[in-house]
Write a protein that binds this ligand. Structure first.
Ligand code: MN
Length: 727
């Protein structure tokens, strides 16, 4: 099996093209050949022959499939961007944008390292390759490239051979299968199998051959019996013996399905104890007539009969399959199909012939593009039509959609794991796809190592990293750009639960603060006092009242007043003290979404702060110096005295502004300095630039004022920094 295939010459290619192209297109392909040969001049393949023979062979494979001229040009040029100094722009100038895009697409496919991916992910990987390439021709060129590489793999070192063969078996053969290109799929599988397991391959080949020779008379007998009977019935048909593919035999011997109890593994004699025939006829009608004929000749095994004409496979494959008992004790596997079905079965997406006018018109790129699109669409359309006559079409439709016109994006984690997300998914969806905790705690994201907002839509092939912080909480605004059901559910769930719980806790602290003025506390309220409150405010229980206070719907002061007048006995027992009276609400930083830190002034521990009660949103904390606070003083009933908890922990956001020399790499210098001080950069913006200095604005996280001061001191020492200030 492994040897060197005969070398293809450009004259062979042109001869083949002459059978289905006009002179102009043959000339264009020939020009691509000359261009590629010159670009690869001096490069030698591992086999020792000039490099150009490889793209030439790939183009020949595609010409055998009767692909269009752009695809053929792209095949001839497919390694030019990667292996020579020719750029994509140069290719676009020479051969048009479509050809350049195709070549670029093929080069990008090759640059994805397979080795780092987990093998279990092969299925997602196949999908991603398809998803990343809207123009299916990229994949078809890649398959031709891989097929020729596999045919000539003998020239590679053993380790590379195994790697390439494994990749072919796990990624490219299934893609060929998905596109219905079974002839390519089978050849890729056989070559890979022979490369990966040379000994097993040889033994299997010898044994199969031996069995075949032993039974050749029986095979002929069966074949002739069927032929004669079909003639008697006046059905025009070809009855051909099917080759056994060694990889398929091997697979059957190793096949396992699901639980260990349903082991479908077969022995060698079970697999080979059969005769495989294919009967090709003119019409669908004849298919069923042939079926009737063979079923009267031999007894069929009921559960083995499959009608893939009525219910085609997802890649468009159609046939009748039946298995019969022969008098010789052999099983007879029979496939019955029409000539058209045979075409589709072997060539899949490439089976459609190019429309006639392709030869006559001048073939500008748009036209070819259009033709290709049409061809892809026709293929799909045919599949759909076939499928419509069947009942079980839902799964089929979904599969085609996912693989060829994807509604999904495929992105990588930093560890190289692939995640599948719905189309339009943003970084926040990605975070929740990793784990609900990662989603709930995420603060920022890096897409391909660049900071990006959580709302950034993702594109297939990107690597996404999520930054989390333990103080972080889901934000209601995330619902505006979370697309996946998973993310939306988690965010909603979290907010709903948290809001009520947090509101109760916060309301309790707010009411306690007011009650302290009367030397009371909620935990010590007497039964009648509780009932009084519940009655007055028409609520079900005390928690509900506390939640109302926490949400800012009721003022704690007014609620506390309801317990006035305080019974004399209580005043005598607990006279109000000064300390109690002015005690502010303590802010711990862990209250969650009902305590918000204002974005205008971003208070941090150590700042003097003031709270503003906002209906339905809880408390917003501002610095006492904030410009908005003056305005709020006009509604003093909404202002709340607050102070930081003394042992507060956590990270708080703060904005700083730097006036820097506009020099190369200044951002990197400043960013590194900030990172050195154990502070995280949440956001960066370049505010304005005048002459030689420019203004950088950072949002960073710090623990408190002391931490911020040391970060700023550190930055001020940098030569490139002129001025720094908190804003
Ligand atoms: Mn190549």
């Amino acid at each position: 099996m492994l040897g060197h295939p005969p070398r293809i010459l450009v004259s062979n290619l042109c001869e083949l093209l002459d059978t289905y192209f006009g002179a102009k297109q043959v000339k264009e392909v020939y020009r691509a050949y000359l261009f590629s040969a010159e670009a690869h001049e001096g490069q030698i393949r591992k086999s020792g022959e000039p490099y150009i023979f490889h793209p030439l062979a790939a183009a020949y494979i595609l010409a055998q499939m009767r692909m269009d001229s752009q695809t053929l040009c792209a095949a001839l040029l497919h390694d030019v961007i990667e292996d020579t100094n020719i750029t994509k722009e140069k290719l676009a100038n020479e051969f048009g944008k479509s050809v350049a895009e195709l070549v670029d697409g093929v080069s990008k496919l090759s640059s994805i390292p397979f080795e780092t991916r987990e093998q279990a992910q092969a299925a997602s990987f196949q999908k991603m390759l398809l998803a990343m390439n809207r123009d299916i021709r990229v994949i078809i060129v890649k398959l031709a490239d891989r097929l020729h590489n596999m045919r000539t793999i003998g020239a590679m070192k053993p380790a590379s051979r195994r790697r390439i063969a494994r990749e072919t078996l796990e990624i490219y053969a299934p893609i060929a299968s998905r596109l219905g290109m079974n002839a390519v799929r089978i050849e890729l599988q056989e070559l890979s199998f022979a490369t990966l397991y040379p000994l097993r391959y040889r033994v299997l080949a010898q044994q199969t051959q031996k069995v075949y020779l032993k039974r050749i008379d029986k095979y002929h007998n069966i074949q002739n019996t069927i032929k004669q009977r079909l003639e008697q019935c006046q059905i025009r048909a070809q009855v051909v013996k099917r080759e056994k593919h060694y990889y398929a035999v091997y697979e059957k011997m190793h096949e396992k399905k699901g639980a260990a109890s349903v082991d479908k593994r077969k022995t060698f004699s079970q697999v080979t104890n059969s005769c495989a025939l294919r009967i090709i006829v003119d019409s669908i009608d004849d298919c069923y007539r042939v079926l009737g004929v063979v079923h009267t000749l031999y007894k069929p095994i009921c559960e083995r009969f499959k009608d893939y004409i009525a219910i085609p496979k997802i890649n468009g494959y159609q046939s009748l399959h039946t298995t019969l008992y022969s008098i010789h004790g052999l099983l007879i596997h029979i496939q019955i199909r029409t000539t058209a079905m045979q075409q589709i079965a072997e060539r899949g997406i490439t089976a459609q012939s190019i429309p006639k006018f392709d030869q006559e018109i001048d073939c500008p790129h748009e036209a070819t593009n259009y033709i290709t699109k049409q061809r892809t669409q026709e293929w799909l359309h045919n599949l759909l039509e076939i499928q419509q006559s069947a009942n079980d079409s839902l799964e089929f439709l979904e599969q085609v959609k996912i693989d060829l016109f994807p509604d999904e994006v495929y992105v990588f984690t930093p560890q190289g794991k692939i995640l599948q997300l719905p189309k339009g998914a943003t970084a926040i969806d990605f975070a929740y796809a990793i784990h609900s905790d990662v989603g709930n705690k995420c603060i920022a994201t890096k897409i391909d190592s660049q900071y990006a907002p959580l709302s950034t839509p993702l594109v297939s092939g990107q690597t996404v990293e999520v930054l989390t912080a333990k103080w972080a909480r889901p934000n209601p605004s995330w619902l505006n750009f979370a697309v996946s059901a998973r993310a939306r559910n988690y965010i909603r769930h979290f907010l709903k639960n948290l809001q009520y719980e947090e509101a109760v806790l916060l309301g309790k602290r707010m009411l306690d603060k007011e009650l302290a003025n009367y030397s009371l506390s909620i935990d010590k309220l007497q039964k009648e006092q509780q009932t009084h409150l519940i009655k007055t405010f028409k609520i079900n229980d005390l928690d509900e009242l506390l939640a109302e206070i926490g949400l800012g719907n009721r003022m704690a002061l007014i609620v506390a007043n309801q317990l006035n007048p305080i019974p004399d006995s209580l005043i005598k027992l607990h006279p109000p003290t000064e300390a109690h009276k002015s005690k502010p609400l303590v802010i711990k930083g862990t209250e969650g979404i009902l305590v918000n830190f204002a974005r205008c002034c971003r208070p941090i521990p150590g700042d003097e702060i003031i709270g503003f009660v906002s209906v339905g949103r809880g408390i917003i904390i501002h610095t006492a110096a904030c410009r908005h606070v003056t305005e709020y003083r006009q509604s003093p009933e909404k202002l709340l005295a607050v102070e930081w908890e003394s042992s507060i922990e956590g990270e708080f956001l703060v904005d700083i502004r730097l006036d820097v020399h506009d020099q190369l790499g200044v951002l990197a210098i400043v960013a590194a300095a900030i990172a050195n001080m154990e502070s995280n950069i949440i956001q960066v913006s370049n505010e304005s630039s005048e002459d030689i200095s420019s203004l950088l604005k950072f949002c960073i996280s710090v623990r408190n004022r002391v931490h911020l001061a040391s970060v700023m001191r550190h930055l001020r020492r940098l030569e490139t920094v002129n001025r720094i200030q908190r804003c």
